[in-house]
Write a protein of this length. Structure first.
Length: 393
């Protein structure tokens, strides 16, 4: 035990780090996510499934004690009403038993995968199940699936689902466009899934292309939304409904994934939804701001070097010393120190260093502001669009 503690500790949090809950200690939070990072996606899904099964079993035990006087059919209905609440179908009596009722949403995803594959319906799992796969272990009440099919194909899908043991209401409303989601219930397990009809836009098509396939322990595969697209989706959803649950999920994903995420992709798309400040804040609270900044500095380095080369070609650089060459632009200063073999970028506002590189272009330090990111995105576009670009640094 002492050896394990020695291998794990010390753990430290960067400034701005936020625990998952107010009553969670900092060291406990850091340790939990340190251990979660050692788990695979499948192992995290298994952990979430066990939590959900345990929660359902605990609930069943309590209901058996409280409603022992009910007939089996009445008891089944009582359980369905409690677990499904407003989504409980009228006159629905679960067809299973205690053994099937403790099924989890991850198993439900595995049950739906071959149905959707057989119907040639591309899909991906999102929501709570995906959040468990990429982040913090927790329970989830239902399964969220985004599927790509024309609305006139819904009746055939509904018929297949009904034959497979699902209750499928609202098909006509979904076909007509009044509903965006089919809310289905697996009759024998009291498990519910929201089948969301995907929008027809560029970002939805990109999310489908970026989905990731994982093979479960029972050899069934499921498709998950990518972790980056899940972060974007949850930030967008959280903005609409002001949900702390969505924020906590995003924190968990960032803490568990850390450097495996593509933060440049995140920043690129999140800006289109006017959520850049939210992403800046959540990367700070998750303790991954440094990783995101390093990725930015790595990605922008070729642009910086090109801007400096253009300034040299146009004789717009000066030598503060024989080994120090400076390109002084409108908002930024680029400095090449041949003696120290250092390339540095300064923001004129506040005279602040935003990035420093060694002679090989490796990032030594990076601390871009949101404004810096936006400025250099504009400059990069200008350099790409102009045949003979003007230096814009």
């Amino acid at each position: 035990m002492t050896l394990m503690a020695t291998q794990i500790l010390p753990l430290s949090a960067p400034p701005g780090y936020r625990t998952q809950a107010e009553d969670t200690g900092l060291e406990t939070d850091l340790l939990c996510f340190h251990l979660l990072r050692q788990k695979t996606v499948i192992e995290r899904l298994q952990m979430g499934a066990q939590l959900t099964r345990s929660a359902r079993q605990f609930s069943l035990n309590g209901f058996h004690q409280r409603f022992s006087h009910l007939s089996p059919q009445q008891f089944a209905r009582k359980i369905a009403e409690a677990w499904l609440q407003e989504y409980c179908p009228p006159n629905y009596i679960p067809g299973g038993s205690d053994l099937t009722w403790i099924q989890d949403s991850i198993q439900l995803a595995a049950d739906l995968h071959p149905i959707l594959e057989a119907e040639n319906i591309p899909y991906y799992v999102t929501g709570g199940v995906a959040a468990i796969a990429y982040g913090e272990s927790r329970t989830t009440q239902d399964l969220d699936i985004v599927m790509f099919l024309a609305r006139d194909g819904l009746p055939a899908l509904a018929n297949t689902l009904e034959q497979a043991g699902f209750y499928v209401p609202g098909v006509e409303d979904a076909v007509s466009g009044q509903l965006q989601t089919l809310q289905i219930t697996q009759i024998d397990t009291i498990s519910r899934a929201d089948l969301v009809i995907a929008d027809e836009d560029e970002y939805e098509r990109l999310k489908l292309a970026r989905r990731q396939s994982y093979r479960l322990m029972n050899e069934t595969s499921i498709y998950l939304i990518s972790p980056e697209d899940l972060v974007i989706s949850k930030l967008r959803w959280g903005q609409r409904i002001q949900s702390q649950k969505q924020w906590r999920d995003v924190l968990g994903i960032l803490k568990a994934q850390q450097e495996s995420l593509n933060y440049e992709y995140l920043h690129s798309w999140i800006a289109k939804f006017d959520l850049s400040e939210a992403l800046e804040q959540v990367t700070l609270e998750a303790g991954v701001r440094t990783i995101a900044d390093q990725q930015w500095a790595t990605a922008i380095y070729p642009i910086l070097r090109r801007a400096f080369a253009i300034a040299q070609q146009r004789n717009r650089t000066t030598h503060a010393s024989p080994n120090l060459e400076i390109a002084d632009g409108k908002r930024y200063v680029l400095m090449q120190d041949d003696a120290a073999e250092i390339f540095t970028v300064l923001a004129k506002t506040g005279d602040r260093e935003i990035a420093r590189y060694d002679s090989q272009g490796h990032v030594l330090q990076a601390s871009p502001s949101l404004q810096t990111r936006q400025d250099w995105q504009t400059i990069a576009q200008q350099l790409a669009d102009t045949t003979h670009p003007q230096s814009s640094e």
